[in-house]
Design a binder for this molecule. Structure first.
Ligand code: GRF
Length: 313
């Protein structure tokens, strides 16, 4: 039963526990507060009292669960949950827009998410996975997009722990089959993957995989491409090069993946200053903030615009 709930609500075990606690405590508080309010009322006909009881409880319950959800860190879940109940009751389609969308995107309000089939994405990462974490959080209760798989080439990569903690399946890939075999396309297909996001994935993507996901694979690079990209340009090597060149500005580039390193069409860029006293680590922190701020929303925007195109063609 718990597994079914986890799947239905797309949450991990800890989040499910927090949600169930919120329901239990919120429900008890509703009873206590509701009774206190009703005790203040004058004697009523039993039918009138029952009606008033139902109305009071219906109004107090959402308020109580929302209040209790805050200390449990589940406010976003309950906000969406109550919104969905309200939409079902009033029979209106959901119009919750993605939290922040880059300027180039299609207005999401034009897309009724309830009419879109679920869209599965895989995150490929080789490192700690702070971007992967933000992406997982962003899509946790999304009506039409879900993170269905986290792929890594490194058994000790922190991103795998983050995926496990979030209840997301993982796939560890090995070199020979990735580069000289089928690029693990069969596994991705088995997981129903529609779209691939590279978030700090250090291996070059082989043609077999690029051909299986044409224009459906994007990467984030921690500099303003076309400068400071290409083979060997990753992590602090990028920031060291930017600082050594005396750049006043750096930033992030989100782009489609093609068969060359850091080369496919640019989707989005954002900039930040580079200060004379910057160390590569200080610049890396500033860049990471930019990435966390923009990457999930850009992914959402790209996918939603593809879904709109699919629907209208
Ligand atoms: C990011 O800076 C990204 O731009 C680059 O790899 C880094 C991954 O960082 N491609 P994290 O593992 O997501 O923290």
């Amino acid at each position: 039963m718990f597994e079914k709930l986890q799947k239905k609500w797309k949450v991990n075990g800890w989040q499910l526990l927090a949600i169930l606690c919120t329901f239990a405590i919120g429900g008890s508080l509703t009873g206590i507060v509701g009774r206190k309010i009703l005790q203040q009322l004058p004697e009523l006909h039993p039918l009138g009292w029952t009606l008033l009881y139902i109305i009071t409880m219906t109004l107090i319950w959402p308020l109580m669960v929302v209040l209790v959800s805050i200390p449990f860190g589940q406010f976003p879940f309950f906000k969406n949950y109550l919104l969905r109940i309200f939409q079902k009751m009033t029979n209106t389609p959901s119009s919750t827009p993605p939290s922040s969308i880059p300027p180039s995107s299609i207005p999401p309000s034009s897309i009724p998410p309830s009419s879109i089939p679920p869209f599965s994405l895989a995150i490929f990462a080789s490192g700690t996975g702070s971007n992967a974490q933000k992406i997982i959080e962003h899509f946790r209760n999304h009506p039409s997009i879900r993170v269905a798989l986290v792929v890594s080439n490194k058994a000790t990569a922190g991103v795998l722990d983050k995926a496990v903690a979030a209840g997301i399946p993982t796939l560890l890939i090995e070199k020979e089959r990735f580069f000289r075999g089928d690029g693990f396309v069969a596994e991705l297909t088995n997981h129903g993957i529609d779209f691939i996001v590279l978030a700090g994935f250090l291996w070059k993507v082989p043609p077999s995989l690029i051909q299986a996901y044409p224009s459906r694979m994007i990467n984030i690079h921690p500099a303003l491409l076309p400068k400071y990209g290409g083979k060997g340009m990753y992590g602090n090597f990028v920031h060291e090069a930017v600082i050594a060149a005396g750049e006043k500005e750096s930033g992030i580039t989100i782009h489609y993946v093609d068969e060359q390193y850091d080369h496919g069409g640019t989707i989005f860029q954002a900039t930040c200053p580079v200060f004379p006293e910057d160390t590569p680590e200080a610049l890396a922190n500033r860049i990471h903030e930019l990435e966390h701020q923009h990457f999930p929303a850009v992914i959402e925007s790209v996918i939603l615009s593809k879904l709109v195109k699919n629907q209208s063609s």
